[in-house]
Every structure is written in structure tokens, then in C-alpha cells.
Design a protein around this ligand. Structure first.
Ligand code: SF4
Length: 169
């Protein structure tokens, strides 16, 4: 496993900030993880640059019908923040795998069902939630592996999840 994937599999998001690395959430890094990052920084930067070079080849192209489906889902979960919605659309447009995952996820989420609302939780309240935005809302990842690494889902969506652990504080 590459150094980049090791960091990601530990639940952190890694991106380039100019010539430097941006690790989120930085405050959760253990001293041993910081040492690992120092040793492997140049390898991780190289891998991120390679990834960025590959991104245009994987763009989904977002067809109008898919775009509308994603917007319908934003309305379904009462998301009204234009910046968050645009982030979501951009993320799906950038990567065809993420788009595919989201479209399947949306079908399951929007199916009529009668859930036990008192048992429903939100990923944003979970210990394993790793937001991709500094403000902590909107898209993110599940560090418990309930969703595949790299697939964004939404912090505000009500759902049932057996792996949910309430976040401290
Ligand atoms: S464990 Fe479940 S509730 Fe927690 S972040 Fe993952 S999917 Fe969301």
C-alpha cells in the first residue's frame, strides 16, 4: 500500500496546498503519524500529483438527467447551501465512480420507506465521520469502512447504521 493510501485508510483526507500537504483533520494526527508524514512527504506529494494528472481521464461528464437527480437529492435532504451543492456536483462530475456510487445511493435513500425515525442517526454526529470541508458539513467519508474509501456521502442525511458511534463533545 502506498504511503498516500495508508494515510487515507487511517481516515484522513490528503490534498495539495501549493507545494505543501494539507491533512485533515490535522488535530487528530498522532505523533507517530506525524513522523510517518514527515518521512514520506515527498512520496505522498508525488502520488497526489499523479492522481491529479489522471483526474481529467476519469471525469464523468455529468449528463443533465444525472445532474437533475443529484439536485433532486439535495432538495430531498433539505440542503439549500449553494456552495455545498456546487461542491457535491463538482465532486460527482470529477469522478465517474463517485457519480455512479451517488446515483445508486440516492435511489436507495429516496425509496419510500417507513423507518423507525427514533433509531436514525446522521453521519455528522458520528465518531467515524471525516468531513471534506473545514466547516464540517456537507460531504465526507466514513472511516469505519461502511462506505468505500473515496466515496462521499452527506453529513446531514438521516440513516440507519449499525457502526454508528456517538462523537464526543
Ligand atoms: S460508521 Fe455509519 S454513521 Fe458513522 S460515519 Fe460511517 S456510515 Fe456514517
Amino acid at each position: 500500500m502506498s504511503a498516500l493510501n495508508k494515510v487515507r485508510s487511517a481516515g484522513f483526507t490528503v490534498s495539495l496546498d501549493g507545494d505543501d500537504l494539507l491533512i485533515e483533520p490535522f488535530s487528530r494526527l498522532l505523533p507517530s503519524q506525524i513522523d510517518f508524514l514527515k518521512i514520506n512527504k515527498s512520496k505522498i506529494i508525488d502520488d497526489l500529483i499523479q492522481e491529479q494528472l489522471l483526474i481529467p481521464k476519469k471525469r464523468s461528464g455529468l449528463k443533465p438527467a444525472d445532474r437533475q437527480r443529484l439536485l433532486d437529492y439535495m432538495a430531498f435532504i433539505d440542503e439549500t447551501d449553494d456552495d455545498l451543492i456546487q461542491d457535491y456536483l463538482d465532486g460527482c462530475e470529477r469522478d465517474s465512480m463517485v457519480l455512479q456510487y451517488q446515483l445508486e445511493y440516492i435511489v436507495a435513500e429516496m425509496e419510500p420507506k417507513a423507518p423507525a425515525i427514533e433509531k436514525m442517526i446522521k453521519c455528522g454526529d458520528c465518531l467515524y465521520w471525516r468531513p471534506i470541508n473545514l466547516h464540517g458539513r456537507g460531504g465526507g467519508h466514513c472511516a469505519a469502512g461502511v462506505y468505500p474509501l473515496g466515496c462521499c456521502h452527506w453529513s446531514e442525511t438521516h440513516k440507519l447504521c449499525e457502526s454508528f458511534e456517538v462523537k464526543n463533545g
